[in-house]
Design a protein around this ligand. Structure first.
Ligand code: URP
Ligand code: ZN
Ligand code: ZN
Ligand code: ZN
Length: 482
């Protein structure tokens, strides 16, 4: 397709300006003032709208087995819902199993996504064990498969959890080969104990999911992971940060010059723990890990986004139906599948609650929802910005449209919406992935399988601090001894 987007306001992580944008053969061919179309060029009028780089969701779980069931959204329904919400690339988590080759697990994820995804996608790879086979596979996973980020779980004992030795070695290897290590930071051993104690006392309702995973255990694990990253002189990305304690740990290590990055999610900015106490098991709709927190943490998260202490917004989309899936834990909160449906409303909520309410700027919105993830996960500059030569992944976002989020109208394949009834200002109206319409005037016009797998470059997120400064930073962490 050859198209000219006219009369819009272009917004990148750096700039906001009025200009026209020409798309040729899937790429941005020209950005300029007063561009004129020829006969072969379709004109898209973006009057009154923002024209932004397509959203990049660095944290999704589609078609994933978990807690004795499989997520409600697969790569077809999940990516369609993502597209409605202005996301044009996702990076999904590929699970692995002990004793199984990493390449085989990746192939399984390719089979899930191929022919189904309507937007582009990449994979993070879970590391659950460390041995000669894993070590032998890692360089090729990065170089040839284009997978430059690894996920280590510090929680979900006896399921996904890895020990500190595995985490540390993953950090060392990531440093050596050029990858980013992601952690789910909660103290899984202590949580396992608290869960057993709660159940033994007959505390089985959904709220005990939150009460057995206190924020202190997230802060502790975050600080531990960050120190291990510092010791390995490596790089760390903390997924789904929910609380002030974890933000403090990330901020402190960043001040010392370490490459520690943090993501939060719309649910932690918007929903508070008390909704898990709703009667009739309704609280199960909001069971995810880490859990929702008391209201005070929300302000800490917004402040961290504003000040740059947290850098990205992921959805952590991991949807389970209330009926038939969340149900599995009616008698025992620890059997409620963890996760929620968020993939569709990430950009809208951040615009409406963030930009429209003056908490973040337009440029921060684009950076948080697209550009920063592109840079950290090796997609930049192909994706995540508006520049000549880059993929024409573009969202036309109309800030004048108001709508109410509801399961009645959403496009996720799940029977409830965690933000039911929330009024949001602004809506993606047209979404292009590599220059082709996926959403046109709020209608899906894309095609299953049109989404492509993207191989990502190695981790490279700017200049490391000089080692002298790092040594003194390490001394400060050790209480003055170096
Ligand atoms: O509850 C959640 N977050 N489910 C998805 C898996 C994870 O921990 O990210
Ligand atoms: Zn997690
Ligand atoms: Zn997750
Ligand atoms: Zn619709």
């Amino acid at each position: 397709m050859r198209a000219l987007i006219r009369n819009g306001t272009l917004v990148t992580a750096a700039d906001t300006f009025e200009a026209d944008l020409l798309i040729v053969a899937g790429k941005i061919a020209q950005i300029g003032i007063g561009l004129t179309p020829d006969d072969q060029t379709e004109v898209i009028d973006a009057s009154g709208c923002y024209v932004i780089p397509g959203g990049i969701d660095p944290h999704t779980h589609l078609d994933m087995p978990f807690g004795g069931t499989v997520t409600a959204d697969d790569f077809a329904t999940g990516t369609q819902a993502a597209a409605f919400g202005g996301t044009t690339t996702i990076i999904d988590f590929c699970l692995t199993q002990k004793g199984r080759s990493l390449t085989e697990s990746l192939q399984e994820w390719h089979n899930k996504a191929g022919g189904k995804a309507v937007i582009d996608y990449g994979f993070h790879l879970m590391i659950g064990e460390m041995n000669d086979r894993v070590l032998a596979e890692l360089p090729q996973i990065i170089e040839e498969e284009g997978v430059s980020s690894f996920k280590v779980f510090m929680a979900y004992k006896n399921q996904f959890q890895a020990d500190d030795g595995i985490l540390f070695q993953t950090l060392q290897k990531a440093k050596e080969y050029g990858a980013l290590v992601m952690v789910h930071a909660e103290n899984g051993d202590v949580i396992d104990l608290l869960v057993k104690q709660a159940l033994a006392e007959g505390r089985t309702a959904p709220i005990y999911h939150a009460l057995t995973r206190p924020s202190m255990l997230e802060g502790e694990a975050t600080g531990r992971a960050a120190r291990l990253a510092a010791l390995a002189d490596s790089q760390l990305y903390v997924v789904h940060v929910t609380c002030a304690e974890a933000v403090e740990q990330i901020a402190r290590m960043r001040e010392l010059g370490y490459q520690i990055w943090g993501e939060t999610c719309p649910q932690y900015l918007m929903l508070e723990q008390s909704i898990m106490e709703q009667p009739d098991f309704e609280g199960a709709k909001y069971v995810w890990s880490p859990p929702l927190r008391e209201k005070g943490h929300q302000e800490a998260l917004w402040n961290a986004l504003k000040s740059g202490q947290l850098q990205t917004i992921g959805s952590d989309h991991c949807s389970f139906n209330f009926t038939g899936q969340k149900d599995l834990g009616r008698q025992d909160f620890s059997k409620i599948p963890n996760g929620g449906p968020i993939i569709e409303d990430r950009l809208s909520i951040l615009y409406s609650e963030g930009v429209a309410k003056g908490r973040i700027t337009l440029n921060q919105w684009v950076d948080l929802c697209s550009t920063k993830a592109s840079k950290l996960f090796g997609l930049f500059p192909q994706k995540g910005t508006l520049a000549v030569g880059t993929d024409a992944d573009i969202v036309i976002f109309d800030p004048s449209i108001a709508r109410v989020i509801s399961a009645e109208t959403h496009h996720m394949n799940v029977d409830y919406n965690a933000f039911e009834g929330l009024q949001v200002q602004g809506c993606p109206v047209t979404v292009l992935c590599r220059g082709e319409y996926v959403i046109r005037n709020r209608q899906f016009v894309g095609a299953s399988g049109a989404g492509q797998y993207v191989k990502r470059s190695k981790y490279d997120a700017g200049e490391p601090l000089p080692s002298r400064k790092k040594r003194s930073a390490m001394a400060a962490l050790n209480g003055g001894r170096s």
